[in-house]
Design a protein. Structure first.
Length: 543
């Protein structure tokens, strides 16, 4: 079992109560260890008494660290003064479970080592668990070139009880090496990647037997880049439920930090009892980084990667990779040229049996629109798709699958032409036709789907509707927005005022997530739970 450790950085003697309060809250939320960061406190007058008090009143066993500036801390004093401060803490009545010292300092001075040993072996240690030494190494620039040598040095030192290696992850792939280090450890080990690319090393520590993971007491209290909060680890990622056999899923894209997908899929896995965890997998733009990263995730047996959602800017890369790796790309994905779901089928020993990709946005649009259309009206319906990007392509396919005649409108003619070319061989009633946005003026459609980013908070035009004035909307029209942030867009507000039936982007999000969940688990998704997680209330016209 891996422990959650909350680091508490204590700025000054005035902050003791606040620091204890933060530690208590973190422990009540699931932290099992506290790391007292005394970099600043150790330099203050009266610091020793304050540090001793925090160790004595620590709500859980603690690590004491006075981190040197050279390894990301703020202690810039004399080395022997630092050891003297540690000695004052380690020889008190109540002592810490661990003292952390950088292996670089440890290796530099025999005198320092001797003083530290006096602390570690001091008879005044009264807790049932006597103080032990963590030798640590931190690199904020990236993977150290002598990574393996450093780990071997720390693990081979007879005084070292716990090895800690931390570096800035430059890619999700860096975590795989950390996982291998953990799996092959000879001593209890902490191996973590910093930054957004290192987040999975923090979440998946229990899968590989990491001794602990660090998590902040609040979003404003992180002590290293990329550190999640205790609540995020325990509630969103179900840290305590992760074990050796837990299958890993995730969302690949850039950016992915604010994705809603981990909230729904992890809750869903818990609800059906599936031993899986769903994590953010940021992958830098470009085919090469996508291929290298996802290829390695698939090939890394220990990881047991079961598949992923794929979002901007990699949806076009997914079918290409699956094809190159000999997997199955379904006909709809070939037509659309983009996929959002990868499924990796594995045998009992974790070997890859097959890969497939699909586009669950297609079924999400068709299901939402079909459910919202008046039942008595027979197809074909006239449908308008606004936009010519990846979601527009999926919307066209979804609308055609329920018998709509689809008209596509887009701001940039070249992009529209490229999209129409890919449907040029299709004949019959569902034939795709298109035009400029202005070509919609004065026309009426049974269904209108916004597949542009107009209306999206933080997007190109957050306060606007993608439709030009003069498009006919009344009670008989269904208007769907794929934008889900905000949930009620200008388009949907105006459509509701005109009496139209509206479908919001969260409804689409839940439906596409549901199809992914079924792909991976083979079990119906708890849709009500998904809706609750994304904030959809009881009234939901799209379903
Ligand atoms: P995309 O490939 O980048 O396409 C964006 C489209 O928006 C293009 O057609 C672009 O037109 C148009 N556009 C952008 N700014 C515009 C403006 N100011 N005026 C008019 N048109 C504009 O994006 P995508 O992947 O298709 O995603 C589109 C939307 O779908 C996003 O807002 C995203 O939030 C949403 N989405 C929702 C879900 C869900 O589950 N609900 C899932 C995925 C995506 P030009 O060709 O003229 O540039």
């Amino acid at each position: 079992m891996s422990l959650i450790c909350v680091p508490i950085y204590v700025d000054s003697i005035q902050d003791l109560e606040l620091a204890l309060e933060r530690a208590r809250t973190a422990v009540s939320e699931g932290a099992r260890l506290v790391e007292w960061r005394f970099d600043a406190l150790a330099e203050e007058d009266g610091g020793v008494v304050a540090m001793r008090r925090l160790v004595a009143e620590s709500p859980a066993p603690c690590i004491v660290t006075i981190r040197a500036e050279s390894e990301g801390g703020t202690w810039d004093g004399d080395e022997m003064e630092r050891i003297a401060a540690i000695e004052a803490i380690g020889t008190a009545d109540a002592t810490p479970a661990y003292i952390d010292l950088e292996v670089r300092s440890w290796g530099r001075s025999a005198n320092l080592r001797q003083k530290m040993k006096l602390v570690l072996e001091h008879e005044a240690q009264v807790r049932d668990i006597s103080t032990r030494l963590i030798l640590s190494s931190h690199d904020f620039a990236g993977r150290p070139s002598d990574l393996l040598g450093r780990v071997a040095t720390m693990a081979g030192d007879p005084d070292c009880a716990l090895v800690k290696i931390v570096f800035m992850a430059r890619s999700v792939r860096d975590n795989l090496e950390l996982f291998d280090l953990l799996a092959e450890r000879t001593k209890p080990t902490i191996a973590l990647g910093m930054g957004e690319y290192g987040l999975i090393s923090r979440i998946l520590a229990p899968k590989f037997g990491g001794f602990l993971t660090f998590a902040a007491s609040g979003a404003d209290a992180t002590t290293a880049p990329g550190q999640p909060t205790v609540r995020t680890l325990t509630e969103t990622f179900r840290f305590d439920a992760i074990g050796r056999d837990t299958r890993v899923y995730g969302i690949v894209g850039h950016p992915v930090a604010h994705s809603l997908s981990p909230c729904v899929h992890n809750a869903g896995f818990e609800a059906i009892g599936h031993d899986g965890v769903y994590v953010p997998l940021p992958v830098a733009p470009g085919w090469e980084s996508f291929k290298a990263t996802v290829g390695e995730l698939i090939d890394h047996r220990r990881l047991d990667f079961g598949g992923c959602s794929v979002t901007i800017p990699h949806k076009e890369h997914l079918p290409r990779l699956v094809r190159e790796m000999g997997g199955r790309v379904d006909e709809m994905v070939e037509r659309i040229g983009a996929a959002n779901t990868l499924t990796v089928d594995r045998g009992v020993d974790g070997e890859v049996l097959g890969l497939r990709c699909s586009n669950t946005d297609v079924g999400a649009v068709s299901t939402a629109v079909r459910n919202a259309l008046p039942k008595r009206e027979a197809a074909p319906h006239e449908a308008a798709v606004v936009g010519a990007g990846g979601v527009a392509r999926a919307a066209i396919a979804g609308l055609r699958s329920i018998g709509c005649r689809v008209h596509v409108f887009n701001r940039t003619p070249e992009r529209l032409d490229a999209l129409l070319d890919s449907w040029a061989d299709v004949e019959g009633d569902g034939l795709v036709r298109g035009g400029s946005l202005e070509a919609m003026v004065g026309r009426r459609f049974d269904v209108i789907v916004n597949a542009t980013s107009v209306g999206m908070g933080g997007g190109p035009a957050p306060e606007e509707s993608p439709l030009p004035d003069g498009v006919v909307i009344d009670e008989s029209v269904v208007v769907m927005d794929t934008v889900y942030d905000p949930r009620r867009t200008v388009l949907l507000d105006r459509a509701s005022q005109a009496g139209a039936t509206t479908i919001d982007g969260l409804t689409m999000f839940v439906l596409q997530a549901r199809a992914q969940f079924i792909e991976w688990t083979g079990v119906e998704a708890p849709v009500g739970l998904f809706e609750a997680r994304v904030g959809i209330g009881a009234v939901n016209p799209g379903r």
